[in-house]
Design a protein around this ligand. Structure first.
Ligand code: SF4
Ligand code: SF4
Length: 95
């Protein structure tokens, strides 16, 4: 396989992996509405969220979300929605 094709397949795979991380049992993220401002992942007290190569948010540690809704309430573009009930959860390892 040509190197260019391998590179393209790798990029597609990475993008698919990131897309799968826009949903969890607690959160739904609408990447088309996200303008990559960084407010939600800066404010999240749990370290649940992170940004992809374009600065758009994705759920890095789904199990750490407490459903506090800080991200949802501060997102200026309604791009992140908390769908789960509030719960106790551990913080992300890098928080
Ligand atoms: S606050 Fe909203 S627009 Fe800003 S990075 Fe988070 S989801 Fe995207
Ligand atoms: S609901 Fe709270 S803990 Fe969960 S991602 Fe948003 S700010 Fe973080």
């Amino acid at each position: 396989m040509e190197e260019e094709t391998v590179q393209r397949l790798k990029e597609e795979l990475t993008q698919k992996t990131v897309e799968r991380k826009r949903r969890s049992d607690m959160l739904v993220i609408y990447p088309k509405w996200c303008k990559a401002c960084g407010i939600c992942y800066d404010l999240c007290p749990q370290g649940t969220l992170d940004s992809d190569d374009e600065g758009k948010v994705y759920i890095k540690y789904p199990e750490t979300c407490t459903g506090c809704r800080i991200c949802e309430l501060h997102c200026p573009d309604f791009a992140i929605l908390v769908t789960g009930e509030p719960r106790k959860a551990p913080k992300a390892p890098d928080k």
